[in-house]
Design a protein around this ligand. Sequence first.
Ligand code: ADP
Ligand code: F6P
Length: 356
Amino acid sequence: MTLLVLIKLIIFSKHNYGTHMDKKIKKVALLTSGGDAPGMNACIRAIVLTCLRYGIEVYGYRHGYNGLIQQEYLSLRAKNVTNIIQRGGTILHSARCTEFKSDEAAELAGKNLDILGIQALLVIGGDGSFRGAKHLSEHWQGQVIGLPGTIDNDIYGTDATIGYYTAIETALESIDKVRDTADAFERIFLVEVMGRHAGFIGLSAAIASAADQIMVPELSRAADDELENIISHIEEVKNRRGNSSYIVVITENLWAEGVTKLAEILTERTKVDCRPVILGHVQRGGSPVSQDRVLATKLGVFAVESVIEGKTGVMVCEANHELICLPLETSWEKQKELDPYLIKIQTDTFDLLNRP
Ligand code: ADP
Ligand code: F6P
């Protein structure tokens, strides 16, 4: 290799996208932002313990980006993260902070981070929070790293987000209970799950609870078509198996008039009692299941290692059992797709109407 090629390689690696290679990391901060998710505490714990392991001081900003603007922080030691791995919510609290979209707020946040001598900020949250991190990086020289934490699982590039598995489990427990009463009365139930505008919780909860029908944004049709489709499905199922329970898992925000109205329409049209059940924020709470704790721990440790390696402007992800970094923009520029195989199972293979 010629000297010139070697020099070029060194220059490229120093300025490679997403890396700040040349400083020793001494102070790191983190925050949780947007909808809280079970496993955020496990992630905070992993970040704090890894920082301490590498001799890095670590600070936690409270109340999402509000804490950065208001300089509301605390120093985090091992004792702060003892006995939190099993707790839902976030010990740092979370918030939505519309003010952070302004340049003034991001500049102030950058100044506050500099006053404290912070070299890297880790943001645990969803794609909105990652936009916030990107916005901050336009006004601050430090490193920024995102960790995907949201029950919605709607972040491209990572197989799962922290909190998703627990939310499915919570939805599933409720749907199983709904099935008992639905069976007793041979009723239709519409069970509304969270997901904002994504059907990940809906599809997984439907498969795992053997729901009769799903309504998720990714598969949605015009409202009239959707209605006629579901009514004809209910009627055909009734013809085949007689009176029975019938459960529809539906993602929030999908039916414009709300699930209570949809239940009224279905009752009237099918002449079978239909009841709505809105699971709501219970899906955000509770002790994280083991998969969320393990994922949160892996991503937390990997995020700190990525900071030490000089990475910035990236989110840490797990894809096919491999830990990787992707540009923060990927989270809003690319759309994560539902698993087509699961869709086929739910809508075709296991559909009663497809059985001989
Ligand atoms: P999530 O992170 O769960 O997707 P949100 O979409 O509510 O949740 O975003 C969380 C927070 O991230 C917002 O309240 C705001 O503080 C910040 N944020 C979102 N979008 C932007 C943006 N374009 N610029 C700056 N900050 C943003
Ligand atoms: O993003 C997580 C989430 O729980 C979504 O599933 C839901 O649409 C939204 O947050 C609810 O937000 P809020 O708690 O502000 O009502």
